[in-house]
Design a protein around this ligand. Structure first.
Ligand code: KIV
Length: 283
């Protein structure tokens, strides 16, 4: 199966094709995401919240990301693999940004990287110059949660909306192949989508974007339905998994698991001979 490339994703806007992107964090989620036919798998730093149990994404490290990217790469067949650059992996210097982006390709086996905000357009340019495709990310960028004072919708005032439009153009000029728009009003996301040539991929940004992205665990309600307005639960996989686990624990306790068919068995003569030896040993 052929891997979708960043230029192919970029061309999807002109071809008027909707882009479906989903996150994955390990081998099984990557296998399932690949089988879904999604165009892009994002190893998001949402890893910190949905897999590692942190309350935000700020503690996620390069080591965490590389570890999970490697597993996702082993399970992905088809979709473009994008690695999310974690907090403080590109903010300190351009050199550090290029070096860390390179690690996503060389060690994590990703095809592209994503980083948040337009304030680092110089880093974006330098990473692209080194040969690595970059996906931008604007709006409710979770790595700025402390600056925003919480997970709050962005771009609601005239000035904030103007800045977001300018930032999108800035990222496009820096060379990104697509831009994630997160947590902004649908009208603004549509205007941004119309203002740039590259595809926009929305999450909590309405239907006017070129594509959509959701977090794997959110759309499948693992472990519980996500408490966010922008998420749709496509399947209650968390409750299916929970029921399976409860049934397993009950079966162990009441002795209905394992059954004979779940074990391997020795032949009758071997069993008899062994039985005699055991009896002798016990005498
Ligand atoms: O980390 C992530 O999963 C993301 C997506 C929600 C866009 O950045």
């Amino acid at each position: 199966m052929k891997t979708i490339t960043a230029p192919q994703v970029q061309a999807m806007k002109q071809l008027e094709q909707k882009i479906a992107m989903v996150t994955a964090y390990d081998y099984p989620t990557a296998v399932l995401a690949s089988r879904s036919g999604a165009d892009i798998i994002l190893v998001g730093d949402s890893l910190g919240m949905v897999v590692l149990g942190y309350e935000d994404t700020l503690k996620v490290t390069m080591a965490d990301m590389i570890h999970h990217c490697k597993a996702v790469a082993r399970g992905t067949k088809g979709p473009l693999k994008v690695g999310d650059m974690p907090f403080m992996s590109y903010q300190v210097s351009t050199e550090q940004a290029v070096e860390n982006a390179g690690r996503f390709i060389q060690e994590g086996n990703m095809d592209a990287v994503k980083l948040e905000g337009a304030g680092y357009a110089d880093r974006v340019r330098a990473i692209i110059e080194s040969g690595i495709p970059v996906m931008g990310h604007l709006g409710l960028t979770p790595q700025s949660v402390k600056a925003f004072g919480g997970f709050k919708i962005q771009g609601k005032t005239l000035n904030a909306a103007r800045k977001l439009l300018d930032d999108a153009v800035k990222l496009e000029n820096a060379g990104v192949f697509s831009i994630v728009l997160e947590g902004i009003p649908a009208e603004l996301a549509k205007m941004v989508t119309d203002a740039v040539h590259v595809p926009t991929i929305g999450i909590g940004a309405g239907a006017g974007c070129t594509g959509q992205v959701l977090v794997f665990h959110d759309l499948l309600a693992i472990p519980d339905p996500a408490p966010f307005q922008f998420v749709h639960t496509f399947e209650k996989a968390g409750s299916v998994m929970e029921k399976g686990l409860i049934d397993y624990v009950a079966a162990v306790r009441n002795g209905t698991f394992p059954e004979a068919g779940h074990s391997s068995h020795i032949s009758e003569p071997v069993e008899k001979a062994l039985g005699k030896e055991v009896v002798r040993k016990c005498m």
